[in-house]
Structure formats: C-alpha cells, structure tokens
Ligand binder design. Structure first.
Ligand code: AMP
Ligand code: GLY
Length: 428
C-alpha cells in the first residue's frame, strides 16, 4: 500500500522508520518531513494543515493510508474532511474526527467527558471571557499550587502552575482579557493540583477495541533535575517501572476502557491513537490530559519497542478488526535523548552543519529539526535529533545513547545528562 505520514518531527521519523519496514508497504511519503524521514521515504513539501493540497497529493499518488502525527490537523477536522470528500472516502485516515480530537483541543470538553464517564481526574472549574473576577474568587478557595490551563491548543505553553495567588490572577487576566493565547485562552480550566509521578500511556483504537502500546515517561524541562523552561521534550524512556500490576489494572479499568466506551456511546468517531497523560497519586491513577495522537518524544521510544507490523495494525482500523490482532512488544528497554541547539527553548541559531551521523552504529537516530542542504544535513529547529537505544536495562540503553551522542557534532549542541535517572533506583 502507499502511505502518507503528516508531520516533520522525531515522532514522524520514528513512524516512517517503522512503516518502511512493513511488507505491506509500497511507497512511503512524508509531508513535509525532514532530512531523516527522507531516508525512510519521499518527502513532499506540503503543509500538513493544507487539506486541499493534501487531498490532491493523495489522489495523484494513489495513497491508501494517511497517518497523522501532530494534533493541529486533527483538531481542525482532517478526518472529517477526508470522510466528506467523495474521492477520499476510501482512504484510511489514522486519526479521530474533530469531535474526538476535542479530547485534546478543549480541556473543558475533556474534563466534562471524564466527569460524564466517571474517569478519575483532578477536580476543576472552567471560566470564560468576562468571568475573570469570578475565576480569581474561585482561586481564593483553593490551596496553592494553582493549576491554570488555557482551554484550547497552545503548543504546550497553555499550562501555568504557580504557588503565588497574585501571579495566578495575572495569568488569568492575560488569558481571559489580554488574549495571550488568542482564542485558545478565552476559556480557562482551573484544576486541583495533584502530586505524583507522571507516565504517558498510549492506545491504538478502531473505535470498538484497542491495543495498549508500551508506556513511556518524558522529560519536559530544559535543565537537569527537571529545572528551567518547558520544552517540546528532552528525552523519554520506556518501560516505566511503576506502570505494572495493580496500577495498570486500574489504568485499564478506570481510565482506558471507560474512555473507549464513552467515545462509543457518545457516537464520537475515534480511530487512531489516544495519549493518556496519567499521574500516579499514591498508587491511584488520574488523567492529567488526553492527546489525540502519539507523544513526542515518547514515540521515539514507544515505536522502536513495537515488534508487530504497525502498518498491518493501522490497516485493521479500516474494518474495525483490531480485536483480531495482538501487539508484540520488544521486552528490551528503550531510552531516547534529545540533542537540541544551545539557547533553546529561547532564541537559537539554525543552519549548523551536523557531523558524525554516519558513525552511529548501536543507536537509532530520529531526526526532528534537520534539513538537507547540498551534501550536508543542517539544523533547522531547536530540537534537532533524538538518539534512541534498546538494551536489557534502561541504564544500559542510556549508556548507549550517550555514547553515540558523543559521535554527533554541531555548534552549541546540548542535551540533558539525566534522562531516565529518576527511574533507575526502581529498576531492580
Ligand atoms: P498538560 O498540558 O495538561 O499535560 O499539563 C502540562 C503539565 O503540567 C503536566 O505534564 C503536569 O506536569 C502538569 N500538570 C497539569 N495538570 C496538573 C495537575 N492537576 N496537578 C499537577 N500537575 C499538573
Ligand atoms: N510529550 C508530550 C506531548 O507530546 O505532548
């Protein structure tokens, strides 16, 4: 089959790397892709939010399956666009309808959905434009830290957590009155603060049944010891030692199954990946957030641990036959460390030549912010490369990634040295 992947990050390179290994695959395209995806397939210079241009490409290249990496096209209704387009109806688009993508596109919707289906999550209240005073009064009743979330998509920047009441009110004013996140902040969710360790869980669902993919933990802050600014992700590991036994039973019974069932009974078309951001509060799982896609950098450890033919599993969404499949998982541990440009997540320079990629042997290198320029591969974003390794333990996988990172060079290269370290004492 001919497949088109949408997106241009490390997640999409990992998807391309995996799908390229499928016996079902004929041609693989990535729009717009990066220098790494071009090693697995053919890049097409199309913006993944330009549905009309994508439709043309799908028809001319006889694409049978489109796999959507990022959230924006899904929240904007690419699945509905394909389903309503007479010539595209036969194409399988892996991803939820706009109604399903609201689980990520509207925090208020997600919270209401969880309440309707009794899915454990932090207590909350939501406020709209013109309700800043009421929102600040509500905050008075809560104990700090205060958790505020812009309702809509804000590229990972829409969450404010602060101990300070004045700062919380100021953030509310910025979102509700001063439009810092545009429309995304015209409604704000205020949540109870939950204390615990986070884990990212993923399922693939055809709308009836689901397969639980390997779990992962990501490292979001720029600095070691989880300090400094938030980033798009500095690394990830899988498996996560506490995600087993009774905790996982609870996750499946209290969170995953009621989510799939809730979508079904509400007639919300959902065929694709669901990302559950879960926090472990003294052994009880709570949902922090839903995403309507795979995570990044989590995909760079989750996908390499999938042994089954992913193209075959995705194709099963077409006739809702996922229940006939099982997921084979590589028992080895995966660790991925991101190389970023010095300065990121603030200002940084682009166009730096990357050296040593061809010398990496024992790790997988997934490209994110890279571009081919003549014979060179150069940096084109803040997060540049994810170096993933598989080994018997997380410690060994990390060692391999750091060893291979030393072989890769570019001006002002930076990575966190402590990815996965917090989990090592629990590895046993
Ligand atoms: P979100 O975009 O909803 O995933 O929030 C970003 C990050 O903020 C999460 O990964 C958590 O680390 C933190 N966070 C969000 N909601 C809460 C909460 N209710 N309690 C504690 N931490 C939270
Ligand atoms: N790693 C979190 C995300 O993809 O949103």
């Amino acid at each position: 089959m001919n497949v088109l992947i949408l997106g241009s990050g490390g997640r999409e390179h990992a998807l391309a790397w995996k799908l390229a290994q499928s016996p079902l695959l004929q041609q693989l395209y990535i729009a717009p892709g990066n220098a790494g995806t071009a090693l697995a397939g053919t890049n097409a210079a199309i913006n993944c939010n330009d549905f009309a241009a994508l439709a043309d490409f799908v028809l001319t290249h006889k694409i049978e399956m489109v796999v959507v990496g990022p959230e924006v096209p899904l929240v904007d209704g690419i699945r509905d666009y394909f389903d309503n387009h007479q010539k595209l109806r036969e194409v399988l688009l892996v991803g939820p309808s706009a109604a399903g993508a609201r689980l990520e596109g509207s925090k208020d919707f997600a919270k209401q959905f969880m309440q309707r289906h009794r899915i454990p999550t932090a207590a909350y209240a939501a406020f709209g434009k013109g309700e800043t005073t009421e929102a600040c009064q509500y905050l008075r009743k809560l104990k700090p830290p205060y958790v505020l979330k812009a309702d809509g998509l804000a590229a990972g920047k829409g969450v404010v957590i602060t101990e300070d009441y004045q700062e919380a009110c100021q953030s509310l004013r910025q979102m509700l009155d001063e439009d810092v996140f545009g429309k995304a902040g015209h409604r704000v969710v205020i949540e109870e603060f939950l204390k615990g360790i986070e884990v990212s869980m993923f399922v693939l669902t055809d709308g009836k049944s689901y397969l639980l993919l390997p779990e992962a933990k990501d490292y979001k802050r720029i600095g070691e010891g989880d300090t400094g600014k938030n980033t798009g992700g500095m690394g990830a590991v899988s498996p996560v030692s506490f995600a087993r036994g009774e905790f996982m039973q609870r996750v499946q019974q209290q969170i995953i199954q009621p989510t799939i069932e809730g979508l079904r009974v509400e007639n919300i078309l959902y065929q694709g990946f669901i990302f559950f951001g879960i926090i472990n509060v003294d052994g009880s799982p709570y949902v922090i957030e839903y995403n309507c896609r795979l995570g990044d950098p989590e995909a760079e450890v989750v996908i390499p641990r999938i042994k089954s033919d992913l193209a075959g599993l995705l194709w099963a969404l077409r006739d809702q036959s996922l229940h006939r499949h099982i997921l084979q998982v590589d028992e080895r541990h995966a660790a991925s460390v991101f190389l970023v440009c010095g300065g990121y997540p603030d200002a940084y320079e682009k166009g730096k030549i990357i050296t040593g990629l061809e010398t990496v042997r024992e790790s997988l290198v997934f490209h994110a912010g890279t571009l081919r320029r003549g014979n060179d591969i150069v940096t084109s974003g803040g997060r540049v490369l994810a170096v993933t390794s598989l080994a018997a333990t997380t410690a060994e996988a990390l060692k391999l990634s750091y060893k291979n990172i030393d072989k890769i060079g570019f001006d002002k290269k930076y990575c966190r040295k402590d990815v996965g370290r917090d989990l090592l004492p629990f590895e046993g």
